[in-house]
Design a protein around this ligand. Structure first.
Ligand SMILES: [Zn+2]
Length: 226
């Protein structure tokens, strides 16, 4: 097994209609943004996830967790209730369309984008583990950007909670979910590089992200596809 890419533990538990798309994305990520030395990233389709030695029910599309001691064992879990082989794909379609309607994930509707989003979390963790000074230098501007717009974040959240549309004058976040926290901002921006529309890809956060990735992966082919 190629240690540079995500190790898919249980592909037979994924809905068969999604298998080729998920495998293609695993290959692409492994080629453009390989798993960094010293880390391991696995993918599992599950109805539960383990945190603090307790099992919890999965909600949403998926999540990313890591070993609290070593932090180098990174696990991506896709929610089997929406991605599972035994489910019809209605729930997944319903979620994707609902999120598109309120722009929760911007323009992203491909069922594979949540995997890319989760790999964004894995990537942030790996960069932080292995290249702390680099992470601070490159991710710093993104964090500062996020922090300095804290009041906007609050407004944005309130708007979302109360169900009214956010004014056009809030250009900072490409997706509503990106306004949740620094890590979600990072993961959403990373996903947009591949699954976003042209306007999203040309945004300031995406430009910052490309700069960071160029430093982490000088050999990467990412510029070819962006
Ligand atoms: Zn996330």
């Amino acid at each position: 097994m190629n240690a540079n890419k995500i190790a898919f533990i249980n592909p037979s538990d994924l809905h068969p209609s999604l298998l080729s798309g998920v495998n293609a994305e695993i290959d692409r990520l492994g080629e453009d943004y390989p798993v960094l030395p010293g880390s391991r990233v696995t993918l599992e389709v599950c109805k539960t996830f383990k945190d603090d030695n307790q099992y919890h029910e999965m909600t949403g599309y998926g999540l990313t967790s890591w070993d609290s001691d070593r932090r180098a064992e990174i696990k991506i879990t896709l929610n089997a209730k929406v991605y599972g082989a035994g489910e019809d794909s209605i729930e997944l379609q319903r979620m994707l369309l609902g999120d598109l309607e309120n722009q929760y994930h911007g323009s992203m509707t491909n069922p594979v984008f949540p995997l890319t989003h989760e790999y964004g979390h894995a990537l942030e963790r790996m960069i932080r583990n292995g290249k702390q000074p680099l992470w601070a230098k490159a991710f710093g501007p993104i964090v500062d950007y996020f922090e300095s717009h804290g009041d906007v974040v609050q407004d944005y959240r309130m708007g979302f909670i109360f169900g009214y549309n956010v004014p056009e004058t809030v250009p900072v976040f490409n997706t509503r979910y990106a306004a949740e926290s620094g890590p979600e901002f990072f993961a959403e921006t990373f996903a947009l590089l591949h699954w976003g529309n042209e306007r999203e890809k040309a945004s300031t956060p995406c430009r910052l992200m490309r700069d960071l990735l160029k430093v982490v992966y000088p050999e990467s082919a990412q510029e070819r596809s962006s």
